[in-house]
Design a protein around this ligand. Sequence first.
Ligand code: MF3
Ligand code: CO
Length: 253
Amino acid sequence: MISIKSEREIEKMREASRIVALAHEEIRKAIRVGMTTKEIDDITERVFKENGANPSCKGYPRGSKNPFPAASCISVNDEIIHGIPGDRVLQDGDLVCIDLVADKDGYHGDATRCYVVGRGSKLALKLVEVAERSFWAGVEQIKAGARLSDISHAIQEYVEKNGFSVVKEYQGHGIGTSMHEEPGVPNYGKPGRGPRLAAGMTLAIEPMINSGSPDILELGDGWTVITADGGLSAHYENTVLVTKDGAEVLTIL
Ligand code: MF3
Ligand code: CO
């Protein structure tokens, strides 16, 4: 079942999403070569706390033997998603993706941004740009009555047209009182399939794209997902509200 949020719930989604956007703003201003990924995570912790929000990723999933240990997922270079912040020091040219989920009053907002620190390669800069633009290609498809896979198809088409590949094993998702709700939102597929979009649905749309092969590997830490070929990966994500005539992106201020 795909939940349709009431006006009251949409206000709560807006607030959780606003806090995620604020944390991203602070990180964008602070990120630099020589910083550790833990220092970035500390900014997330501080901004969430100042705004009365909890980091949804920390301790997720509840009751697991190996829950995610930090507030932010920070994935560098060949890391695709779920990188664990720590004492890694950012180097000149690193491609750094930061995925943040805030829980405010029981509602979640989810967004990812990538930066190239220092002097980035043309390839890294282009990959980051294509990830972001592919998200917007997906969002352009959104209106009440469109089908879910219209979003997926538009993302895949945009990414592949630009010479990159889409990760298939992970996808976007509905979001609300849980970080992950129905429906799953793949970043590939034929158009005209899946449920019809309706006003009041809230979706986290999140293309994960690779410079080379789409194949992935999981590291022994049980979280970090990397490219199988060692190529670069980029990720871009926002929490989006379906409205009667389009979409409202909640995680951009
Ligand atoms: N934005 C990620 C997602 O949509 C957040 C994962 S949090 C983690 O799955 F705890 F699973 F790492
Ligand atoms: Co997400």
